[in-house]
Write a protein that binds this ligand. Structure first.
Ligand SMILES: Cc1cc2nc3c(=O)[nH]c(=O)nc-3n(C[C@H](O)[C@H](O)[C@H](O)COP(=O)(O)OP(=O)(O)OC[C@H]3O[C@@H](n4cnc5c(N)ncnc54)[C@H](O)[C@@H]3O)c2cc1C
Ligand code: FES
Ligand code: FES
Length: 1338
């Protein structure tokens, strides 16, 4: 084998030659660290988030065609890139050269907030446009399926994309043959012209046109290289690994003989994650490069032969063509495979992953293998001994040695036979999320009847997700042969299949009963589908289905999204240059899209920099018997391991009520607790060494994980919270009915796209240190670092440019991580960087508190609730953190929008052996509100009324008092409710939903509307103080600094708007560099929706001070410029710098008396959602959501709509699909986007309409605006209750009229199991306690 140790590829048109490449290097760190192209981001490292998307272009010298495709740089070994052209976001456009239309439109359509996902989004859209300059909306949403965004809720990104479509602006759903543009919103009249509302947040007219001729061309040099250079095997030898890239089949076989254990890496989407997350190590990797035989596409008489090296995306394209060309009866299998390829992973993975890699990996949840198995596919193998064919059958799938590849063998191609007349093939899958989510269960099914008779001649059924690999229900199929396709056969089949495909109660992955149900529900769907086709083929012989049952067959998911935003235009009298109230783009919008916006880990590596990696506890409650650091310390590059011993005397810090320890080497109280920290000269070495630290534990009792266990053990943090109003006990005596119930709500992961990041830089003199950190609370970072280093705060400066999302998760734990990092930096006098991996981040940092709400409601038969007694229990985890404040907030907000004349609410924070839970957007309200709304829904059911009627009846009306005796004017609450009723056409749609439900048995719709009263404030005046510093320079330019953190919400943009209005100067004259303890000291935490409110008042104050000083100068020379005035002021010795201050809202709360004025004001709103559910699979689709909000006078409607929509989608995720899973031993299973599903682009409501009430005065706030960061999260529960409504309809039809208890999140599993039917009755149930489940709800 000839060695050619030179790796040649291009990045953004520039040639890269690597002589000594390390085969273990992935493209992502190479781009970021080696080439300093930091636009490409790290979000998960496993192909699941899309933050690292780049475009790969390859030239094929045989076809002379260039293929452009999106890929995840985190899974791309650079050795696989020989001859390829890589385009990163920097190569697409930049502010220094030219901005690309994609970048411009995503920014100007407000498609960025924190901006961390944005380069990946841009690259996905850009690549699509390179291939399809005028894509369809389907292609666009498909292209974005592999990209996650935690901030925007995707709607504005979709809007930006739509501007490239031919039919831009149209929903493209021609239901009833009428387009949305012709009929208005859901048949409602369109916005009236001239009513001062402005439905557009951006202006399409100003967009740069897309000109495909302007794009970077494929580097001619690479083309020549591909054409001319003799191809020979390349070998790259690294420290630990050798990479062999054969270029002919012969060389590939030789390599395989020489290294039979070496994997053949194609897309690396299976091998890569195993290496990264499971610690698998391969000393040799064989990666074939452009071997023609592996890309064959051959149409033969018996079927289609596809090369094993074709990517799944290529397979999808080929099948689409074949399906078009051939008669339907021949393409049954192709159609089913094509359908699954539409939902398999995201676009990037489908373009990287190969057909051969997919088949040979034999993942238990493989989508294609069940189908290929039932489709009678054969695998064409090759070895030095020759060719051979093996069937892709159960033996192969279970890796039975006699049916498997032999060590020297490779898979060359796959033969997929044509289907025959009277043969039907179908694919089924159900996942936690519609797109880019591994299936919980999937299946391939095939039946062959032969000519006439409707008698089963052949039947094949295979399942994924229900065993260690794909499982075939072979015996069941065998026994059904010869039977007619009728109800009796169906019944027998279900029983046989359940018997054969059995799952124990403890099966890995959990959801056992759901899986059992899916297994037969899928078969039922197949039965119905085949029956329907038989009917169309021979209506005389096959009468087919009742119309009511046909609904089981239709797909739920439409991909055509559209939305509107309605906000009030500014007063025409407002000065044109005054930006307040206008939809100004996020200040960093363009930089987000070009990748030029700098985040903490984008800062260049400093001289002598070290990396810190944490070692965490693997036990929930244990004594640490010993820690052996020797092996870790002996690894090359390891500089130190920081332990509790090092931190003696400074190992704890008290931020709130209780001090928290930094490192723990005595007794651990949760999995993920920080034990020690390895410091090494590279990230790779630090992480390798961290794995070599050996800890011996002695388990301790008790291990308390769940709220119920905490209640049993009376394990609570000190400080029960109680609120009482009226006389609850007396009221219970006079009510018509009393209802008791409870609801459990799971927690939520922040899933900010940028993981915890920090860089501590000792300054070398006077013990000074700069800490660059992704934190919402620089003052706290400064304080904890100063305390750990035993220096005064004035030596430690904390700097925050921007965060890639935070949502409350970058406060408390960040401080502890930063303190340890700073300690290491100080100890070694060298900069130390610490960036958590996604899995570590999810494990260590906790999230939203799981809740248990118990309630007792006393009500009259007409729905009036006279007494409510509620108990809240939150799962606080191992340390107090912010649990008490979260609990307090939940108790204070328990009334949501309702006047309960007699109310008692008590709350306890449970102390458990889980990582400590903390603040997350909404801070207790999303849980508390859900408990209250669930109670109302139950009351409504008891009274036989609609929940909306009971809601309205009990709502605050006009001026009233909250349970803590704060005055509330609810006029706008009622207005929001009424407006939402009207804009959503609630009554009409309620009737339509009922009609739909009466006509469809297996699909149900649900409609629900919830009101919102979100009290805003911190409960203390001091916590609401804010400061700013404004300088005017002699050229007239202005620099603003304030204490708020930019985490995507656009606070810096709003602050510049404020300065621009106050100083009456254009926004372009004002700059903002970031937040630092050096410029604004002692700033409060950025959170609680108040960042712009409070800091804006401080900026306003500073600007007014300056203007006052300058007024005499300006009036002397009114036509002068700011340069003239600044110079004149300087000449007259007038200070051009001013601090601004806001002392905080007058808020207080006395828990002794239960009275106070804890909130500054209330945000009101309402949301109405309509969903459709599939009763057989538990899938749901949000068809439409209407949101109406009272936001006072918006400072920036584009940013405000963004906050509302983003929060709503985050809330929707919380209440429906985001599910944290813990083992019975307290280990968090869900540690990445592959296991934990936040909403993706496919989850956006098909229609989303957001509108604001006309502006109202809110005297004590900044320009009468209101804080909007958090309130929208709760509105996500309108989807929860819409699903609830749909499930209730299903149950009613099935005669199940009793109470309905549904916990949150309302996942496909819960939906399916609640829609009880003959299938859920058929499955075996395990006796609780007879097995140890895989996971437990906490
Ligand atoms: C984020 C993400 C999401 C995913 N989502 C889904 C999903 O929704 N549904 C689903 O079904 N799958 C999903 N997958 C799995 C994915 O389909 C597989 O990882 C992929 O198909 C493997 O192909 P590859 O080319 O990347 O394999 P590689 O990782 O390159 O190789 C995998 C294995 O195949 C062997 N191999 C490869 N080619 C040959 C050959 N020609 N001859 C012999 N052996 C060979 C290798 O030796 C190796 O052991 C997902 C994966 C990721 C990372
Ligand atoms: S970082 Fe590559 S997909 Fe998440
Ligand atoms: S803007 Fe998408 S993750 Fe923040």
């Amino acid at each position: 084998m000839d060695g050619a140790a030179e790796l040649v590829f291009c990045v953004n048109g520039r040639k890269v030659i690597e002589k000594n490449v390390d085969p273990e290097t992935m493209l992502l760190p190479y781009l970021r660290k080696k080439l300093q192209l930091t636009g490409t981001k790290y979000g998960c490292g496993g192909g699941g988030c899309g933050a690292c998307t780049v475009m790969i272009s390859r030239y094929n010298p045989i076809t002379k065609r260039i293929r452009h495709y999106p890929a995840n740089a985190c899974l791309l070994p650079i050795c696989s890139l020989h001859g390829a052209a890589v385009t990163t976001v920097e190569g697409v456009g930049s502010t220094k050269a030219r901005i690309h239309p994609v970048q411009e439109r995503v920014a100007k359509c407000h498609g960025t907030q924190c901006g961390f996902c944005t380069p990946g989004m841009v690259m996905s859209i850009y690549t699509l446009l390179r291939n399809h300059p005028e894509p369809t909306l389907d292609q666009l949403t498909d292209a974005l399926g592999g990209n996650l965004c935690r901030c925007t809720g995707y709607r504005p990104i979709i809007d930006a994309c739509k501007t490239f479509c031919k039919t831009s602006g149209c929903c493209q759903s021609k239901e009833n043959g009428v387009c949305c543009l012709d009929q208005g919103i859901n048949e409602l009249p369109e916005f009236e012209e001239g009513n001062k509302t402005s439905p557009k947040l951006f202006s399409e007219e100003e967009f740069l046109p897309l000109d495909p001729t302007q794009e970077l061309i494929f580097p001619p040099e690479l083309m020549i290289m591909a054409e001319k250079q003799p191809q020979r095997t390349r070998v790259f030898v690294g420290d630990r690994m050798t990479w062999i890239s054969p270029v002919t089949l012969k060389e590939l076989l030789e390599a395989k003989v020489k290294y039979p254990q070496a994997p053949i890496v194609m897309g690396n989407t299976s091998v890569g994650p195993e290496v990264r997350f499971k610690g698998t190590f391969h000393p040799v990797i064989i990666s074939p490069d452009c071997i023609e035989e592996l890309s064959v596409v051959n149409h033969a008489d018996d079927g289609l032969t596809l090369g094993a090296g074709l990517s799944l995306a290529q397979v999808k394209e080929i099948l689409a063509e074949v399906i078009q060309k051939l008669p339907e009866e021949k393409t049954q299998t192709y159609h089913a495979v094509w359908k699954h390829l539409g939902t398999l992973a995201g676009c990037q993975i489908r373009n990287m992953a190969s057909l051969g890699g997919h088949i040979v990996s034999r993942h238990l949840d493989s989508d294609l293998n069940p189908l290929l198995a039932v489709g009678n596919c054969t695998l064409n193998l090759l070895s030095k001994e020759g060719e051979r064919q093996i069937p892709l059958n159960e033996q192969f799938l279970t890796k039975c040695p006699s049916a498997d590849l032999k060590p020297g063998e490779i898979l060359v191609s796959v033969n997929i036979p044509y289907s025959r007349k009277w043969e039907f093939v179908s694919a089924f899958r159900q996942a936690q999320r519609q797109q880019n989510a591994l299936a919980i269960v999937n299946s391939g099914m095939r039946v062959f009847f032969g000519e006439g008779g409707g008698i089963i001649r052949e039947l094949s059924i295979a399942y994924g997700g229900v065993g260690p690999t794909t499982i075939c229900a072979k015996n069941s199929c065998q026994q059904l042969i010869g039977r007619p396709w009728n109800e009796e056969m169906l019944d027998a089949a279900c029983r046989l299949i359940l018997d054969e495909v059995s799952l124990p109660g403890w099966a890995p992955g959990g959801k056992v009963e759901f899986k059992r149900t899916l297994v037969i529900s899928f078969f039922f769907k197949f039965y119905l589908k085949v029956s329907q086709i038989l009917k169309t083929m021979d209506p005389v012989r096959y009468p087919g289905l009742a119309d009511k049952y046909e609904s089981a067959l239709e797909d739920l998911h439409s991909r055509n999204h559209w939305g509107t935003s309605k906000y009030q235009d500014v007063d025409p009298k407002q000065l044109p240059q005054d930006p307040i109230g206008r939809p100004i783009m996020h200040l960093s919008g363009i930089k987000h899209t070009t990748g030029e916006a700098i985040y903490c880990d984008d800062m260049p590596v400093l001289d002598g920099e070290l990396f810190l990696a944490f070692v965490t506890s693997s036990r929930a409650h244990a004594e640490i018997v010993s820690i052996d650091l020797s092996e870790a310390l002996s690894l090359p590059g390891v500089v130190d391991i920081v332990t509790e011993e090092d931190l003696r005397g400074v190992n704890s810090f008290c931020l709130l009520i209780e001090p928290e320890k930094l490192l723990e080497t005595q007794e651990v109280s949760c999995v993920g607790q920080l034990v020690c920290a390895v410091v090494a000269d590279s990230e790779v070495q630090a992480k390798r060494a961290a794995k070599r630290v050996k800890i011996v534990y002695q388990d301790l009792e008790p291990v308390i994980l769940t709220i119920e266990e905490a209640i049993r053990h009376h394990s609570f943090f000190q400080g029960e919270r109680k609120l009482e109003y009226g006389n609850v006990d007396e009221a219970f005596k006079v009510v018509d009915q009393i209802l008791e119930g409870e609801i459990h709500m799971g927690g939520q992961e922040h899933f900010y796209m940028e993981t915890q990041s920090m860089l501590a830089v000792p300054k070398g003199e006077d013990q000074e240190m700069d800490v660059y950190v992704s934190s919402q609370f620089p003052k706290y970072i400064q304080a904890i670092v100063a305390s750990t280093l035993k220096v005064p705060a004035n030596k430690i400066m904390c700097h925050v440019k921007r965060l890639g999302g935070a949502f409350g998760g970058k406060v408390t734990k960040t401080g502890i991580l930063a303190a340890i990092t700073a300690f290491a930096a100080n100890k070694h006098g060298r900069p130390v960087r610490c960036i958590l991996e996604r899995g570590e981040d999810m494990l260590i940092t906790g999230g939203r508190h799981p809740y248990l709400g118990k309630y007792k409601a006393g009500f009259m038969n007409d729905g009036r609730i006279l007494a409510l007694d509620v108990e809240h229990y939150c799962n606080g985890g191992a340390t107090l953190d912010e649990s008490l404040f979260v609990l307090e907030t939940g108790v204070l907000k328990v009334d949501n929008a309702y006047k309960f004349p007699n109310l008692r609410c008590q709350g306890w924070a449970c102390k458990t052996n889980l990582p400590s839970n903390t603040a997350l957007r909404g801070f207790g309200f999303p849980q508390s509100g859900l408990i209250t709304e669930n109670c109302i829904t139950e009351v409504a059911a008891k009274c036989g009324l609609s929940p909306e009627k009971v809601r309205m009846m009990n709502m605050y009306k006009e001026i009233d008092q909250t349970p803590y005796k704060q005055e509330i004017d609810a006029t706008n609450l009622i207005q929001c409710w009424k407006e939402c009723m009207a804009t959503s056409s609630y009554s009409l749609r309620k009737v339509a939903v009922e009609k739909f439900n009466s006509e469809n048995y297996w699909k149900k719709k649900g409609l629900a509307m919830v009101p919102l009263k979100f009290p805003v404030g911190f409960g203390s005046t001091a916590a609401c103080q804010a400061a700013a510093l404004v300088h005017i320079y002699l050229d007239g330019s202005v620099l603003v600094t304030h204490g708020g953190i930019e985490m995507g919400q656009g606070v810096h943009t709003k602050m510049i708007q404020v300065a621009s209005r106050e100083l009456r100067m254009p926004m372009s004259n004002v700059h903002l560099r970031g937040t630092s303890t050096e410029t604004v000291p002692n700033a409060n935490v950025s959170g609680a929706s108040l960042v712009a409110d409070l800091n804006g008042l401080a900026v306003k104050d500073a600007c007014q001070t300056l203007l006052k000083r300058l007024e005499p100068i300006i009036s002397k020379n009114p036509k002068g410029t700011w340069k003239d005035w600044a110079q004149a002021a300087f000449d007259e010795s007038i200070s051009l710098s001013a601090t601004g201050y806001f002392r905080g809202y007058e808020t207080h709360m006395n828990w002794e008396t239960g009275e106070g004025h804890p909130f500054a004001y209330f945000v009101f709103g309402a949301a109405c959602s309509e969903v459709e559910i599939d009763c057989l699979t538990g899938a749901h689709k949000n068809i439409r959501t209407d949101i109406v909000m009272d936001i006072g006078h918006s400072i920036n409607p584009a940013l405000d709509v963004g906050q509302i929509e983003g929060a709503f989608i985050q809330g929707m995720g919380l209440y429906t699909i985001e599910e944290l899973k813990y083992s019975p031993q307290g280990v968090l299973f869900t540690r990445g986007p592959d296991q934990y599903k936040i909403p993706a682009v496919s989850d956006v409501p098909t229609e989303l309409h957001v509108s604001f009430l006309p502006p109202s005065q809110n005297s004590n706030t900044l320009y009468s605006s209101k804080g909007l960061g958090e309130p929208g999260v709760f509105l996500g529960c309108s989807v929860f209750f819409a699903i609830h409504d749909a499930v209730r309809a299903a149950r009613q039809e099935r005669g199940l009229l009793g109470p309905l208890k549904l916990d949150s999140p309302l996942t496909p599993e819960k939906i399916r199991m609640a829609c009880e039917d003959k299938f859920t009755k058929m499955i075996p149930r395990d006796e609780p306690g007879s097995y140890v489940p895989w996971n437990i709800p906490v």
